[in-house]
Design a protein around this ligand. Structure first.
Ligand code: GLN
Length: 383
């Protein structure tokens, strides 16, 4: 037996996504926990993937991704945000947003660097910072508004602050950064060397006329920022593990040094398929209406329940407070919902370092209407 095995993440358990999904499978529950669609990828995209598999595009792609796909991303970014990224030097295809985020943090966060993280936080940020010897510094967001507390950020900035991680639309809260938030951020980082890691994987999923305040829209922020995006979220293909990263040349140079060893290259036929699929802009724009309809359906159905809905502004997650139904802790309550009522959600306390329990559950509505209806029926019957 090995003795004194040193762990880089001594207190880290299984991710809450795996815990709840496994529980959902075990009890054959309706799974509204993990953020993935239960409907299929567009048939045209599947056909394109098959086409490139059959055409023999099955060997390593270039290390930064195929140029055709990087050019498509540059065109799409220019069209959406009137901002230029050079496909050759400022865009890299990654193994999903997860690899992009992990490699970006590994690239830039050094021993004892402080990284500001808003919590509840997507569960990857903290372990990625810690594995690299960095120190997470948390800014708490609280229900029902989950505002970004910039005064607290200001107080938390020190000479050791290396990076601020932002995520908008925000998982798990469904809040989005406003123009005012961006102005505060600009003022806070102005004159510093702080980097911004901007996780924008839900950039196309905003509701009720809210607009995505991408970092890309702000030249003074863009130069210090690494922007992460995901084809999995945008094209309902989370299992393909396809994402990309945008950053100005000097930052990208450094990122690529790490990415070439963490991933080497990304799935070749998927890159060709996405590149051809992206020729049609319609494939992006349809997304907003598609998910608005799903969010409205789910929240309307839930209005007859005892759950208090914290209306989501973006992402495909809906948070609800269950205080009227139970005093139990959120993990306990979520687990009981799976076991006794066959419906799975994510207890939001798991996204706080201190497991802060506001009695909130996160439900994913990237599901077929039938699934949502069956799920809402169960939730409405809870007494
Ligand atoms: N991003 C998705 C979510 O928030 C899935 C994450 C995962 O399975 N690791 O649910």
């Amino acid at each position: 037996m090995l003795k004194n095995l040193f762990s880089k993440l001594p207190n880290q358990g299984k991710t809450i996504f795996a815990i709840m999904s496994e529980l959902a499978n075990q009890y054959k529950a309706i799974d509204l926990s993990r953020g993935f669609p239960d409907f299929d990828v567009n048939e045209e995209l599947v056909k394109l993937y098959c086409k490139f598999l059959k055409k023999g595009y099955n060997q390593y792609a270039p290390v930064n991704g195929i140029l055709e796909l990087r050019e498509k991303i540059a065109e799409k970014t220019e069209a959406a945000y009137q901002s230029t990224y050079n496909p050759d030097t400022e865009i890299t295809i990654t193994g999903g947003a997860t690899e992009a985020i992990f490699a970006a943090i590994t690239t830039f966060v050094r021993e004892n660097d402080e990284v500001i993280i808003f919590e509840p936080a997507y569960d990857l940020y903290t372990p990625a910072v810690k594995v690299n010897g960095g120190i997470p510094v948390y800014i708490e967001m609280t229900p029902p508004h989950y505002s970004f507390n910039w005064d607290q950020v200001q107080k938390s900035i020190t000479a050791n602050t290396r990076m601020i991680i932002i995520n908008s639309p925000h998982n798990p809260t469904g809040n989005v950064l406003s123009a005012w938030d961006i102005e505060r951020l600009k003022k806070l980082v102005n004159g510093t060397n702080i980097l911004i890691l901007s996780d924008e994987v839900y950039e196309n999923i905003l509701f009720d006329g809210f607009e995505h305040e991408s970092i890309i829209l702000h030249p003074e922020l863009k130069t210090r920022s690494i922007i992460v995006n995901s084809f999995g979220k945008t094209f309902h293909a989370t299992g393909w593990r396809m994402g990309y990263i945008l950053a100005q040349k000097e930052l990208m140079n450094e990122f690529r040094k790490v990415h070439q060893y963490s991933m080497y290259t990304v799935n070749t036929p998927a890159q060709y398929a996405l590149s051809e699929y992206m020729t049609n802009y319609k494939n992006y724009h349809e997304l907003v209406d598609f998910f608005q309809q799903k969010r409205d359906l789910f929240t309307n159905l839930l209005s007859g329940s005892k759950l208090e809905i914290i209306k989501t502004k973006g992402t495909y997650f809906q948070n609800v407070c269950y205080k009227q139904l139970s005093e139990e802790g959120d993990f306990e309550f979520a687990s009981r919902l799976v076991r006794e009522y066959k419906i799975a959600s994510i207890p939001v306390s798991y996204f706080y370092k201190g497991k802060n329990d506001y009695k909130i559950l996160r439900f994913c509505f990237a599901k077929n209407d039938e699934t949502l209806k069956r799920g809402a029926e169960i939730l409405c019957a809870l007494k």
